[in-house]
Design a protein around this ligand. Structure first.
Ligand code: AHR
Length: 500
């Protein structure tokens, strides 16, 4: 039996809803087929957006969507994606399979999708192969409501009013696919680009500078050294609000990735151990950021995370299509608990990617759609959004093979505006269930409700069997005057809701 003490009067930091964000790139079947099928498709749609997918995503209240990339962003020229579809320029998607991109999904379509989902837009601008003018005109096209060349062009294309765009990424992975720059060179470019990314409304843009790949602490230091002086003045602070971090979970490593559906117990522990590395990365990058930004003005934006396996057999290697099991649910549960626990610095996180690419929440095949185990984790965790992280302490133990030791349990707890507490717990053990005694301090719960995701680690949903894995009501707990005792099966993700 382990104890989990939750202090209901120790409110630590707000868990931004954006921690539960998503990423959609012009990559494989994410945008085309997954989200957008076009108005003439037989698949039910509203203005070209698949109705089944939009409904499923709305049910988990997705808060923010990043687009158009990824690596694609630094090759994307937004003017190719506006105006009559028949005359939109076609291009080669060099990063992702060398396929033809017909630009039929562009700015208007993305903003339509965001409006149907009811979420914030996060647009990643092109620094690698774009220009300051191109970027500044895109911002004008999107957000300027007065009389101007770009506002006029937008109106000619059928949209009079500007859109609400909150988040702007100035380049993506500029240490690699976004231009292979050095941190100092990129950060100086960032300062120039961000200057011309104007605020046209009272709602100021939240601008994100490209941060490190995994453990590239030199990149963080180089970028922070160059951009942090901006934080000294009000006008400078308008130029930079966040710095990104990318970390994927590759069991086997980048060159020898394992498979999504078949894996040994050792490979399972390796996957979870590589996921837990996120904790160290956030902690160490945050320390560097704090050296330059001691007031905590800048957010850490983990805008790409998730599992990355070999593609499914018979699919285009450039499309990064992979299945998703309970193992992925454990990865999601652990990562989301880490983000919650670091919500003082982590202000957004975006799983890669939303549909049909890498660790997706939804998979599609023609008119069929399945929700993955990862989808249900987002469903279980959704009450953490905009709640206050609570101070807590969990007894734990280390498990797994010598090379891939992990903490058995992961957790976070938060209190929402109504005073209800959400506790999310992951038992990452491949074979051992565990009893947990939950002891709330300064809180008497009159009602406790639970939902759980569990099963064999290899369980997954397919188009033939779409309902093998789903969140179920959880009843394996007892409550007394001091607390709640739950029995957490091996390989499970649990959400408990405590109300007064
Ligand atoms: O998500 C797939 C790719 O991974 C993105 O395009 C890129 O930013 C990262 O390397």
């Amino acid at each position: 039996m382990k104890r989990l003490v939750i202090n209901a009067i120790e409110k630590k930091s707000k868990i931004n809803k954006e921690l539960y964000g998503h990423f959609s790139e012009h990559l494989g079947r994410c945008i085309y087929e997954g989200l957008y099928v076009g108005e003439d498709s037989d698949i039910p749609n509203v203005n070209g957006m698949r109705s089944d997918v939009v409904e499923a995503l709305k049910a988990i209240k997705i808060p923010v969507l990043r687009w158009p990339g990824g690596c694609f962003a630094d090759e994307y020229h937004w003017k190719d994606g506006i105006g009559p579809k028949s005359s939109r320029k076609k291009m080669i998607n060099t990063h992702w399979g060398g396929v033809t991109e017909d630009n039929s999904f562009g700015t208007h379509e993305f903003m339509e999708l965001v409006s149907q989902l009811g979420c914030e837009a996060y647009i990643n601008m092109n620094v690698g192969s774009g220009s300051v003018q191109e970027m500044s005109e895109w911002v004008e096209y999107l957000t300027f409501g007065g009389l101007s060349p770009m506002a006029k062009l937008r109106e000619q294309n059928g949209r009079k009013d500007p859109w609400d765009v909150k988040y702007i990424g100035v380049g993506n992975e500029n240490w690699g696919c976004g231009g292979n720059m050095t941190p100092e060179h990129y950060a100086n470019e960032y300062r120039r680009y961000a200057t011309y990314c104007r605020n046209y409304t009272d709602k100021k843009l939240y601008k994100i500078v490209c941060g490190p790949n995994v453990d590239d602490y030199d990149w963080t230091r180089g970028v922070m050294k160059t951009v942090a002086p901006l934080l000294k003045t009000d006008s400078g602070r308008d130029l930079v609000q966040g710095i990104s971090l990318h970390h994927y979970t590759f069991p086997g490593g980048w060159d020898n990735k394992g498979k999504a559906l078949t894996f040994t117990e050792d490979e399972y522990y390796e996957t979870i151990s590589r996921t837990y590395y996120m904790e160290e990365l956030i902690t160490r990058h945050s320390h560097i950021i704090s050296e330059y930004d001691p007031k905590g003005l800048m957010g850490l934006i983990v805008d790409e995370w998730g599992t990355w396996y070999q593609v499914e057999e018979g699919t285009n290697p450039g499309f990064l299509y992979q299945q998703n099991t309970i193992r992925d649910a454990i990865v999601a549960g652990v990562n989301l608990n880490i983000f919650n626990q670091h919500s003082d610095r982590v202000k957004m996180a975006n799983i890669a990617q939303m549909v049909n690419v890498l660790q997706s929440v939804i998979l599609t095949e023609g008119p069929k759609m399945v929700k993955t185990p990862t989808y249900y984790v987002f469903d279980l965790y959704k009450d953490h959004m905009e709640a206050e992280l609570l101070g807590s302490f969990l007894e734990n133990e280390t498990i797994g093979p010598e090379k891939w030791q992990i903490p058995m349990l992961s957790h976070s707890a938060s209190m929402d505006k109504e005073g209800s507490i959400t506790v999310t717990l992951v038992n990452a053990s491949a074979g051992k269930s565990e009893s947990i005694r939950i002891l709330p301090v300064e809180y008497k719960a009159s009602s406790v409700k639970g939902r759980i995701l569990s099963g064999d680690l290899h369980d997954h949903n397919s188009f033939e069997n779409p309902d093998v894995v789903s969140a179920k009501e959880f009843t394996d707990f007892t409550q007394d005057s001091e607390g709640i005792t739950v029995n957490l099966p091996a390989g499970s993700v649990l959400c408990l809701r405590l109300s007064k």
